[in-house]
Design a protein around this ligand. Structure first.
Ligand SMILES: NC(=O)c1ccc[n+]([C@@H]2O[C@H](COP(=O)([O-])OP(=O)(O)OC[C@H]3O[C@@H](n4cnc5c(N)ncnc54)[C@H](O)[C@@H]3O)[C@@H](O)[C@H]2O)c1
Ligand SMILES: [Zn+2]
Length: 364
């Protein structure tokens, strides 16, 4: 199969995202092509390493001499103490400026290894080899790295663009179905904000996508990466255009926070957030009812979301008001105006928000 290459061009670094079935076996060649510093140190989690590590290791280290750095990867391990274990291993193996950290895993491993790479010796090279759909279409591109603080998610972090991103759709075969679906909601986000054709493809090829064949997945991942790459290239530090990727995230983050990050995968919370934002837009007459319904149908076609009937719209509204992205106390909403187009609104009222949340299933 043909490989797809997408270039990310930020002021701090330009780098390729390569998407191809079997990429794991070709990683060394891909990195050599792009002059990625030669001493490559792998960071992964025990589970991901067991499933996919051997193939990457065979490519990067045929002699099999270097041990990977393995750290746990649940959200609850995404903190400084885990990053510290990565630093310990780096010091022990005398990693230097000629070293590259290669992160093999989901968004948690990518964010932690990325933060270690951003800070060890004030910065060494980083390569992402993302293994969840969410990481492939979102977290591996754009340079945001970091960890949680006991008082809040992703409060400690930095920007550190990778030297390369290597995406192998084949690794998604082992992903639990719920994780796969959680990533698909972010893909719907890209379609809804930026690409009518991606949205249509998801509707048309849903079955094949769930079959997870590289033929079905590659175009979906590639189009998502293209959108993320173009937005990031315009706006590395998230001052303006990158905001559209926040579609569904205002209510989504509030739902995650309200339920203490225990009940919803991030993508599932974003699905509710997208439904609520589309409802606000439709109620204002900014989005055609037919298009709101098309979004709701596509989300429903992926399967049921965890219920929200026991969570009140008022609770979500309160959590939203505490969002770190609220500017001067005003909530900024990314509202869809059509499939593939958005606008930013900072005049959405509390009663509009609460009404929309009720319409999508929250209790009064
Ligand atoms: N940096 C960014 O721009 C950015 C963007 C979005 C999300 N994030 C972060 O990403 C994190 C979520 O990432 P995630 O959804 O990938 O979760 P994750 O990294 O926790 O992975 C989810 C689960 O899947 C397992 N897994 C990973 N790859 C697998 C595979 N191929 N087969 C089987 N199991 C596999 C992991 O072990 C884990 O249990 C959050 O911490 C979020 O803050 C960062
Ligand atoms: Zn997201």
């Amino acid at each position: 199969m043909e490989s797809v290459r997408i270039d990310v061009a930020t002021p701090s670094r330009a780098y390729p995202v390569t998407i191809v079935d079997g990429a794991l076996d070709r990683t060394a060649a891909l990195l050599d092509e792009h002059s990625v510093p030669e001493r490559r140190i792998l960071v992964s989690s025990p589970l991901v390493w067991r499933l996919h590590g051997a193939r990457l290791a065979r490519s990067l280290d045929p002699a099999g001499t270097a041990a990977p750095i393995l750290v746990p990867d649940g959200e609850r391990f995404k903190h400084l103490a885990t990053v510290s274990r990565i630093y310990d291993a780096l010091v022990q193996t005398s990693a230097d400026r000629g070293s590259t950290l290669v992160a093999l895993g989901g968004g948690v491993i990518g964010d932690m290894a990325g933060f270690a790479a951003a800070t060890y010796l004030r910065g060494i090279a980083l390569v992402h080899v993302p293994t969840t759909l969410l990481a492939q279409v979102d977290s591996a591109i754009g340079g945001k790295v970091g960890v949680n603080h006991p008082l809040g998610k992703n409060l400690i972090g930095s920007f550190h663009q990778p030297h390369a991103v290597v995406v192998d759709p084949g690794v998604l075969g082992t992903l639990p179905r719920r994780e796969f679906r959680a990533g698909l909601y972010e893909v719907i986000k890209y379609g809804m904000t930026s690409s009518h054709s991606l949205f249509d493809r998801l509707v048309r090829e849903r079955k094949a996508i769930f079959g997870r064949t590289p033929e079905a997945l590659t175009p979906v991942i590639a189009e998502s990466c293209r959108i993320k790459a173009s937005v990031v290239s315009l706006d590395e530090r998230e001052s303006g255009p990158r905001m559209i990727l926040n579609f569904g995230h205002t209510a989504g983050h509030a739902l995650e926070a309200t339920t203490k990050f225990r009940h919803f995968r991030h993508g599932e919370a974003v699905a509710y957030g997208m439904l609520a934002a589309a409802q606000i837009a439709a109620s204002r007459g900014a989005l055609a009812e037919l298009e709101r319904q098309a979004l709701a149908d596509l989300i429903a076609s992926l399967g049921p979301l965890p219920p929200v009937a026991d969570i009140s719209a008022a609770q979500i509204f309160t959590a939203m008001s505490h969002d770190k992205k609220a500017v001067a106390g005003r909530l900024r909403f990314v509202l869809p105006t059509a499939i593939g187009a958005t606008t930013i609104a900072d005049d959405v009222t509390e009663s509009e928000i609460r009404a929309a949340l009720k319409r999508v299933g929250f209790r009064a």
